[in-house]
Structure formats: C-alpha cells, structure tokens
Design a protein around this ligand. Structure first.
Ligand SMILES: Cc1cc2nc3c(=O)[nH]c(=O)nc-3n(C[C@H](O)[C@H](O)[C@H](O)COP(=O)(O)OP(=O)(O)OC[C@H]3O[C@@H](n4cnc5c(N)ncnc54)[C@H](O)[C@@H]3O)c2cc1C
Length: 398
C-alpha cells in the first residue's frame, strides 16, 4: 500500500506491496481507490506515526517550482511546477498513484533534455529516471544481451561496451542523452541506428502496468518509434535490452570515418570510438558552451522525380537513396544554400559550422528559437519546394 503525505514531504511506504501489482495489474484501480480512501482519512495520522517510529521511509526526490536549466541542452532557464526523480520501478509506480500525478494538468518524461526545446515554464509534472542499472542477461561465444536502466547515460553505456569488447554501438559514441530516450528516438549516427541492436524495451503504462515491446513492436523508423507516435506520452521506458556482438563488424563507410580509423592501424572498437568522438567534436557545438539540441531538423525524404527536377536546377544538391521512388536530401545543405548558415534572429542563430544545428547565443527563449526555425523552414520551402520539419521536441508552455 502507498501512503503519501501532503506538501513538500512525500513518503512512499511499504513498497514491497508493489511487486504484486506487477503480476496482477488489473487490481491497480482497486488499490488506487483503497489508497485514496485511506489517505483521505488517515494520512496525517499515519505519516506522524511512521515518522515517530522511523519506519522504512524513502523520501522521494520531489521538488516544486523546479528549475530545468540543468535538464535541457538548449540552456532554457524554465521551471516545472513539479519535478520527480525515481530510482526504481516501484517508486515510479507509486508516484503514478499520487495526487501529484493524478491531478496534474500535464506531464512530461525527460532524459537529459538534449532533444527538447521548452517554449517557457512547464505547467505540469516533469519526471526523470535515475535508474542506472546494467546487467548481462545472457551471453554466448558470439554475443551478449545487456539490460540497462533508462537513466543510464548513453555515452557511458557506449564506453562500457567498448571497454568490454562488445560491438554494435561504437559508432553512436558521444550522442548526448540517456538509455530510455535512445529507444524512443531511435538515435543514429555514422551509418548505425540503435534499433539495429535493441532486442526489447520495457515500459510502464500510466496505470502502473509494465509491457515489454519487441524490437518489431517499437515500429522503428528514421529518428522515430511508436513511442513518438501512437503511444506518445502513454508509456515510460524503464529498461532497454541490447544485443551486442563479441566479434566486431566495423561500419566505417560514412564520411571520413574509415580514413581516420585506418590512420591508427587495424580497426578496433576503441579506435572507432575515438575517431567518431573527434569528428563530432570538430563539427558540433558543445552544448555546455553554446546551447543546442543537435540536429534541429530531420533530413527530408522526397520523390525521386522531384529531386531530379531540382538537381537540373541546382546541380550540387546532394542526395541519398531511400528506395526506388524516394531520396533523402540533407537538410543542412538546403539551409546552407538558402543562405542561413551563421545567420541569427534575435538571440538564436544557425550554427556557423553546421547549418542543421540551431543555437542559443545566450538568453534566447524557446519562442525565439522557434521563430528562427520557422523562418528557415519558410525560406527553404520558398526556394526548393521542400518542407523540412523539426527533429527536436517542442514543449509548449500553454
Ligand atoms: C550536441 C548534440 C548532438 C546530437 N547528436 C545526435 C546524433 O548524432 N544522433 C541522434 O540520433 N541524436 C542526436 N542528438 C539528439 C539527442 O541526443 C537524442 O535525441 C537523445 O536520444 C535524447 O536523449 P535525452 O535523454 O536527452 O532525451 P530528452 O531530450 O530528454 O527526451 C527526448 C524524447 O524522449 C522522451 N523520453 C525521454 N526519456 C524517456 C523515457 N524514459 N520514457 C519515455 N519517453 C522518454 C521525451 O519525452 C522526449 O519526447 C544530439 C543532441 C545534441 C545536443
């Protein structure tokens, strides 16, 4: 059973009850009703008694009017009405039972905030996972299955895999963010997407039940998954299981990755990781210096016939084949050739080395960045007839 005190000091008690809910999720509404009844009548008394007896309380990390400055790489100094961080699945489930959550106007689960743009203060509850577990669930001579908590820092996970000699994620070195979001976003870089190594994703629904999604059920696409579409906001990713190979297959055919790696001799996982990190350092602005969220736009996919017509007019326009009928055009090229590289609007700018990245020059609001993004989109459309859309999640303040 879960008892929650009022005001700042919330306590979750007798958490051993929660595993039963995992097995029998259909009794959740009954538990919630009983919990509400007990809290209404006995909450204050119970909390006092428990305090006096020093029962096994776990003070939840629950903060009101909380600054999200350290939780978004754009450097937006915005606040959330309530911020909640949990260490375990049980704590998360218990929080979903509280009035804080049940009666909140809106909620958002974040990772490191490296793909978010807050328009202003967030008038709701922001949740964050501090689950940083990593366990090997099975291992053969060829591969290893690793189950990782959603709050594990993505690049720490990559570093761990490389150190262990586990191949599959080394090309995804230095992508900011956490494990939970990797499975939502289907992160990708240097010819690799995380869906290539995801086996399954465990996620909690808002009623506390847990569902395991197979890779197929996640419906991965380019920077896309079912968690960003049909199931948006309905599930919280708690663990991701990855399959990593003990014998590396190096994927180096992207940009100057091969030449950089081979310059150091025979390829190794560490050499790939170092090369990717160096390339990224030379191209991308460091969010701790210049606020940004990486690529602001996704690369548009257009019909091949449209591309051929444009190519006749703009012979240097690059493309990557997607299928017989479709090609992908780099959004960075479109923005650059539309004259936006390095240009600013107010305190927001298009980065001067990487046109795909919008930056906060200092003190910009989310609205200012969005205004810049809209101008860029409009001019690209007027020039090429191609719509570019944001990859970054815009969080409105209404
Ligand atoms: C400098 C820079 C470079 C980047 N380079 C790349 C790159 O090369 N490739 C690439 O793919 N991306 C890149 N990104 C984008 C970003 O790093 C990824 O999208 C990353 O996965 C976001 O992780 P996060 O933990 O910060 O998630 P957040 O930005 O906090 O959240 C992203 C989305 O995931 C949801 N979410 C987060 N955690 C959970 C959870 N546990 N359960 C359910 N939903 C959740 C959020 O609600 C939100 O919709 C870059 C960003 C920056 C700043």
């Amino acid at each position: 059973m879960v008892f929650v005190g009022k005001g700042k000091h919330n306590f979750v008690i007798v958490q051993h009850f929660c595993p039963i809910l995992t097995q029998y999720p259909h009794i959740f509404p009954v538990v919630r009703a009983v919990d509400w009844f007990i809290r209404s009548f006995f909450c204050t008394f119970t909390a006092k008694m428990c305090n006096r007896r020093r029962l096994v309380f776990r003070p939840m990390k629950r903060y009101e009017n909380y600054s999200l400055l350290a939780h978004n790489t754009f450097g937006m100094d915005v606040r959330a009405v309530l911020f909640f961080e949990y260490d375990t699945v049980e704590e998360l489930r218990a929080f979903l039972l509280t009035d804080d959550f049940i009666h909140c106007d809106r909620y958002l689960h974040i990772g490191s905030g490296s793909n978010l743009l807050f328009a202003g203060d967030y008038k709701g509850v922001v949740m964050h996972s501090a689950m940083r577990t990593l366990e090997v669930v099975s291992e053969t001579d060829d591969h290893v299955l690793v189950r990782v908590g959603s709050g594990y820092v993505w690049d720490d996970f990559v570093a761990h895999c490389v150190a262990q000699g586990w191949a599959g994620v080394e090309n995804l070195t230095a992508i900011p963010g956490e494990v939970g979001a990797s499975a939502v976003q289907n992160i990708g870089a240097y010819g690799v997407e995380v869906r290539d190594v995801i086996v399954q994703v465990e996620a909690m629904a808002l009623d506390g039940s847990v569902r395991t999604f197979t890779n197929e059920e996640c419906q991965y696409g380019y920077r896309d998954s079912v968690f960003k579409r049909e199931l948006r906001g309905q599930y919280i990713v708690t663990h991701v299981t990855y399959r990593l190979d003990k014998t590396p297959t190096y994927r180096l055919d992207y940009g100057d990755l091969r030449s950089r790696v081979e310059a150091c001799g025979e390829p190794t996982l560490q050499a790939v990781r170092d090369a990717v990190a160096a390339i990224r350092d030379s191209k991308l602005p460091d969010p701790s210096v210049l606020g940004n969220a990486g690529s602001f736009f996704t690369n548009p996919v257009i019909p091949r016939v449209q591309y051929e017509a444009l190519k006749a007019q703009y012979p240097t326009m690059p493309s990557y084949p997607v299928s017989e009928a479709l090609v992908k055009v780099p959004a960075g090229w479109l923005i650059d050739s539309a004259g936006w590289k390095g240009r600013s609007l107010g305190r927001a700018a298009v980065h001067d080395r990487q046109a795909l990245v919008l930056v906060n020059l200092g003190g910009a609001t989310g609205q200012e960045v969005m205004a810049l993004a809209e101008r860029v989109c409009e001019e690209v459309y007027n020039r090429y007839g191609i719509r570019i859309t944001p990859e970054v999640n815009f969080i409105s303040c209404d």
